[in-house]
Write a protein that binds this ligand. Sequence first.
Ligand code: 8X3
Length: 256
Amino acid sequence: MEAKIVLITGASSGIGEGCARKFAKEGWNLILNARTVSKLEELKVELEGAYGIRVYILPFDVRDRKSAVVSLESLPEEWKAIDVLVNNAGLVIGVDKEFEGSLDEWDIMIDTNIRGLLAMTRLVVPGMVERGRGHIINIGSIAGDAAYPGGSVYCATKAAVKALSDGLRIDLVDTPLRVTNIKPGMVETNFTVVRYRGDKEAADNFYKGIRPLTGDDIAETVYFAASAPAHIQIAEVLLMPTNQATGTISYKKKPE
Ligand code: 8X3
């Protein structure tokens, strides 16, 4: 295969789906990961048809280490030389105080956002080092820069993504590999519905009066980092809506 290969985790919606569309449009072949296969199959048909690229579906839960190992080992030879790993799979559940929330829900966040990302990195990066070529793009968050009310554990997971990105960049400093941490602010995706435990109205209200970013907006920045000349390492990007200033300060127009 001539075209470059990108592996995207959490590719069935939001930022991950946006990245799938963007890389496909730019002629890359895609390995798409998510827990459920049906949306990935739809994307495969759509993107192969629209852009003449190839899509390989690799469904597993990044929290399930055994499945991750088996799935990556099962990749056909022509799909093994991954050029870019987009560690996007991640979630937030709930807006509870740190002394009140559910330990089980927090485990899901920690296992996905930190342990899942780390497992993917551990599994994919050795091959990149061997080939002397590769780029790891982690989807962090503005939430990793400072804690905010009701976000304690989620913010901690994204602070971990920053530390893991910085640490990996240090560990790879004597190689041609690059590491990028993309830190979005408000993005309107299903992510917020999950944050409010399925309450679509609460999620919609969150964005009232402000124009949030979209998964496609973030994908443009991910692709910008991936397509930068080889001597440029875009280490971090913090991007947010024009009317957002920090994780807690934004301007929302009042309804007239
Ligand atoms: C999600 C962005 O602003 O909800 O990572 O923390 S925010």
